[in-house]
Design a protein around this ligand. Structure first.
Ligand code: ADP
Ligand code: MG
Length: 727
């Protein structure tokens, strides 16, 4: 009975994944091996191998619509093919193609096999740039897709593999057969009907059909939207599920907010908080007052004033008799934070609740870094353990074995991208001892100065809450950024540096980034340093900073620069994060085109920190084969010149690079987004997240949504969807 029911019930993705491709018409051993080579083993794999293009025969792709010099796609029939050798012994295959109205010549160099591939009368799609050559339209080395004898108004074009010997029409044929075989049982749709209606999503089966065999481009778009939603929903279910599981399973401290200590700190500030600071502090305080441990990301551009927000959170812990810890990625930054925060908190007193003779004492801030050793280290460790240290600032030394806290209440992690997940977890484990089996977990605030777009944040950091500091304190003088891309302009750059230093300011020179080798990078930094000292910046006091120096030497150089004993700091990207020298007002970034947008923006943030106007020069060297009459294009450099808004730049970055780089660490394999795009589908990401919250909050481990749960099990690793197996 149950067998019979199963055999007629709608097909789930798991069912499709249990049917091997050999069940399809025309897939024998050889083709099965070819498909396996490109990762297609099951019908599920095949149906989620989406076309990479669709050609609308009716109103696109006509030869008469081609515009010389513009890339386009045309659908044509092969009329004739010839092959010959050119003067310099390259093979040249020439095909004449036509679409019934017009004709064109297509030329292939060094692709002798095209002669065999392009049979007379074959229908092919060509993608390339047509040019007029001797009065005739011609394409050179276009991308060719063999369409075969497919009918239908819209032709799907699949990724094909020369190596695995798979053609788009074979794939199309198998997909069609798979859809036909699935039709009698139909496909299961695990997304609640109410959600589908509300978000205007077509049914799953219809979507699978229409993405492969659309009747119109509009229908294909509807299908894409639905299938992309499914991908995003699954990712969000995992993230939201994990977030809720974490909240459920760990007990936090209910901090008291609105206390006197924080009020005194705020009223002692020489400036008013920005409204973004007020808003994020309120968001953090709401978390701190709640029963669950906070797990929040604070995004804010360089100079947005994250430190104050962090300190307000740390003080909230101290107010209730707990401790705060701030962890920085490097020793230099930890020290910088320690001295800055000591200054901010100078004069504050705390109530001593340990019953000592003195009911109040000065608030105590201590540094714990690797260089704190011997007696001093013992003193700090003892203070952390007995609670007499209120705020600890340090590097990962803060979470090492043997560092115990009396009652760690709030942990702030600065510059999150330098910390691994395990380190974050280790820090959380420094919370007070378990109580009734449930550990008491400190509240965690992660800060990052690398803004990422909202949709990306929802996906990459989807298990965190996110606060955004999207406003700079008033009175900042915006940094002027210019692009120097000729030798003449580079001379102007050095003249500019000289005049800035004559006016009493200081300069950074950032050396070319060399990804492959730190050794080469150091050598090139040394070379730049020597050249500047002997040629371009003669007479100035130069310092060199790079990653192969000992941290003692690095710090010594940094200190000299900070004290004004050096005019110019020549450095590799080691200066990227957090360094603060307000008198430095000019930055020169060499070979700027080797850096990414986010990195350039971070580097630039080292200037513009004082009361003087600052400048940033992005220097690039023209390519040797560049045409001097054609303006050079460099979208990344141009974006930096046009904007100083980190959030805007992050959006530009996403547009330029696509999401691959963003997603690479968090999504792998089958859970990948293949149709959905964080760039194109910004709206859809929000809807998927909304739906995920609704589902998880009404049904935390998906007991009442078994089909959704099954899909997550199928497509994600056990580790990813661990929340399903809990409780
Ligand atoms: P970041 O977000 O890069 O960590 P910081 O916290 O280091 O920024 O702040 C940068 C500078 O701005 C500091 O000198 C800080 O004192 C100052 N600052 C922060 N908030 C304000 C404010 N509301 N008004 C004026 N200056 C502020
Ligand atoms: Mg900072």
């Amino acid at each position: 009975m149950s067998e019979a029911v199963r055999a007629t019930s709608p097909l789930s993705l798991r069912d499709l994944d249990q049917i091997g491709v050999e069940r399809l018409k025309g897939v024998g051993d050889r083709k099965r091996a070819s498909l396996a080579e490109v990762g297609i083993n099951t019908v599920y794999d095949l149906l989620t191998t989406y076309p990479r293009r669709w050609v609308d025969r009716t109103n696109e792709a006509r030869l008469s619509d081609l515009v010389p010099g513009v890339e386009a796609l045309v659908l044509v029939d092969v009329r004739s093919v010839t092959k010959r050798l050119t003067k310099n012994r390259k093979t040249m295959v020439t095909a004449v193609v036509g679409d019934g109205v017009a004709r064109m010549t297509v030329v292939f160099f060094n692709q002798p096999w095209r002669e065999r591939q392009l049979q007379s009368d074959a229908t092919i799609a060509l993608f390339g740039k047509a040019e007029v050559y001797r009065g005739v339209l011609q394409m050179t080395n276009p991308i060719v897709d063999m369409i075969g004898d497919r009918t239908g108004k819209i032709v799907p074009i699949y990724p094909q593999s020369e190596k695995a010997q798979l053609s788009t029409w074979e794939v199309a044929g198998w997909v069609e057969d798979a859809l036909a075989k699935a039709a009698p049982r139909g496909m299961l749709d695990p997304v609640p009907a109410e959600v589908r209606t509300r978000f205007g999503l077509v049914g799953r089966e219809r979507a699978f059909r229409a993405i492969h065999l659309p009747e119109s481009m509009g229908e294909k778009e509807q299908a894409r939207r639905r299938l992309a939603f499914d991908e995003l929903l699954r990712v969000q279910l995992v993230l939201v599920g994990r977030k809720r599981a974490y909240e459920r399973e760990s007990r936090g401290i209910r901090h008291t907010i609105g206390g006197e200590l924080v009020a005194r700190f705020r009223s002692a500030l020489p400036f008013a908080l920005t409204s973004a600071q007020l808003r994020t502090i309120a968001e953090i305080e709401a978390d701190l007052a709640g029963p669950h441990p906070m797990h929040r990301l604070l995004q804010g551009d360089v100079g947005a004033g994250k430190t104050l927000v962090a300190v307000a959170a740390l003080l909230t812990a101290v107010e209730g008799g707990h401790q705060g810890a701030l962890m920085a990625p490097t020793e230099v930054l930890a020290e910088q934070h320690a001295s800055g925060i000591r200054r901010l908190l100078d004069g504050l007193v705390v109530q001593d609740k340990s019953g000592s003779l003195f009911p109040s004492r000065p608030l105590r801030v201590e540094l714990l870094a690797n260089r704190v050793t011997g007696v001093e280290r013992k003193r700090v460790l003892a203070g952390l353990a007995d609670g007499s240290i209120d705020i600890a600032i340090g590097t990962h030394a803060l979470i090492q074995q043997g560092v115990d806290y009396k009652s760690l209440g709030v942990v702030v992690i600065d510059e999150q991208h330098r910390f691994g997940v395990e380190q974050r977890a280790a820090l959380r484990d420094k919370g007070s001892a378990a109580d009734g089996g449930q550990a008491i977990v400190p509240d965690v605030l992660v800060m990052t100065a690398t803004p990422i777009p909202r949709t990306a944040a929802m996906t990459v950091y989807g298990d965190l809450d996110v606060s955004v500091l999207d406003e700079l304190p008033p009175g900042r003088i915006p940094i002027t950024t210019q692009w120097a891309n000729t030798p003449l302009m580079e001379e102007m750059v050095w003249a500019d540096v000289l005049s800035e230093i004559a006016a009493g300011r200081q300069a950074y020179v950032v050396c070319p980034l060399i990804d492959e080798s730190e050794k080469l990078e150091v050598a090139s930094a040394q070379e730049t340093y020597d050249r500047l000292r002997l040629v371009d910046l003669v007479g100035l006091r130069l310092g060199l900073l790079h990653g192969r120096m000992t941290s003692i030497d690095k710090d010594a150089t940094m200190d000299r620069f900070r004290r004004g004993e050096l005019d110019v700091l020549v450095a590799t990207t080691v200066i990227e994060v957090g360094v603060d020298v307000p008198n430095a007002t000019i930055m020169v970034i060499l070979d700027a085109d080797r850096f990414g947008i986010a990195q350039l923006h971070q580097l630039r943030g080292r200037v513009g920190r004082g009361k003087h106007a600052s400048r940033c020069w992005l220097v690039t060297t023209p390519k040797e084969d560049a045409d001097p009459n054609v303006a050079e294009v460099n979208p990344r450099v141009e974006a930096l010149v046009a904007s100083t808004d980190g959030f805007h730049l992050a959006e530009v970055d996403l547009d330029l690079r696509g999401e691959g780089t963003l997603m690479s660490t968090s999504q792998k394999g089958r859970s990948d987004l293949s149709l959905a795009s964080l760039r194109r589908d910004r709206e859809l990401v929000g809807l998927a997240r909304e739906a995920a919250f609704e589902v998880i909050d009404s049904d935390p481990v998906l007991q009442r949504h078994p089909e959704l749960a099954d899909e997550l099990r199928l497509l994600f690793s056990a580790e990813d969807e661990a929340f399903l197996f809990k409780s």
